[in-house]
Design a protein around this ligand. Sequence first.
Ligand SMILES: C[S@@+](CC[C@H](N)C(=O)[O-])C[C@H]1O[C@@H](n2cnc3c(N)ncnc32)[C@H](O)[C@@H]1O
Length: 291
Amino acid sequence: MGKNAALENTSHHGIPEAMGEKLEFNQIYNMDCVAGMTMLPSECVDLIITDPPFAIDFRAQRPNYNRTGSRVLEGYSEVAANDYLDFTRTWMKQAHRVLSTRGSAFIFSGWNNLKDILIAADEIGFITVNHIIWKYQFGVVCKRRFVTSHYHCLFLCKDDKKRKFFNSARFDGTSRDENGGSLRYRDMEDVWVIKREYWHGDKKTPTKLPAALVEKILQYTSEEEDLVLDPFLGSGQVAVVSKMNGRHYIGFEIVNEYFGFARERLDSGHYRLPTDIEEDTSPLSNVEGDG
Ligand SMILES: C[S@@+](CC[C@H](N)C(=O)[O-])C[C@H]1O[C@@H](n2cnc3c(N)ncnc32)[C@H](O)[C@@H]1O
């Protein structure tokens, strides 16, 4: 955005007291994202990266994906499958309104409710640029079907001619791997193999996008000082990685405990937070994966 004054000062990060109050950028808000986005001016956001609830019977503390349940914060807010299409239409309509014509939106989805996101995107008038597959390293082991080890990521925009895209942001056309293959070509394929991060011993929320995944999107489709929105913050990963990469951020999270966790990460400048009050030694600039 022109980082304009339109998102004006509130002096807190909590629930704005009255509708119509302006929101600040470089803040996150403990509130429903539709109510939050309604308070943003049209076309003020340069990039949306988000991972909405999936409408699966998700148990926040289930110790899957090799996590220890007791360290996973409680309270994940899910949406009933029958309500998912309406829920998706409502938030995506606001997302479309606040997105700049030069901007892009990246929406993650499991396969279960992908159809609802595709329907809503078409109805609302988003243009689909790519359908990316994020392949991660371990899914939940199954006996009677194949292991799900990917998410879908829809790359959408409002204006395909005006949207920003920096194809040499990570590799120029001459960069080669050891076999002479083009590194840029490989990086720009639409299947992204990126490992999940396991934060052994530290506080965590049940789902989290890896920093490398968020960073890749930021690098290709935004510039420093751009405003990045995540309506469904969870652990605050999109805001934290945006901050680490010199972008402005704004976002919403409805569950108080997750909001507090995200805010603590942003305010402390620490990427990972220990479960007890011992000193944390991982600064924002030192992202660890696969801990
Ligand atoms: C899949 S998680 C997001 C994870 C996040 N990308 C991360 O890396 O940590 C979805 C989040 O949306 C939150 N949520 C659900 N409904 C919401 C709503 N209406 N407004 C804001 N947040 C909501 C959930 O509590 C949950 O934390």
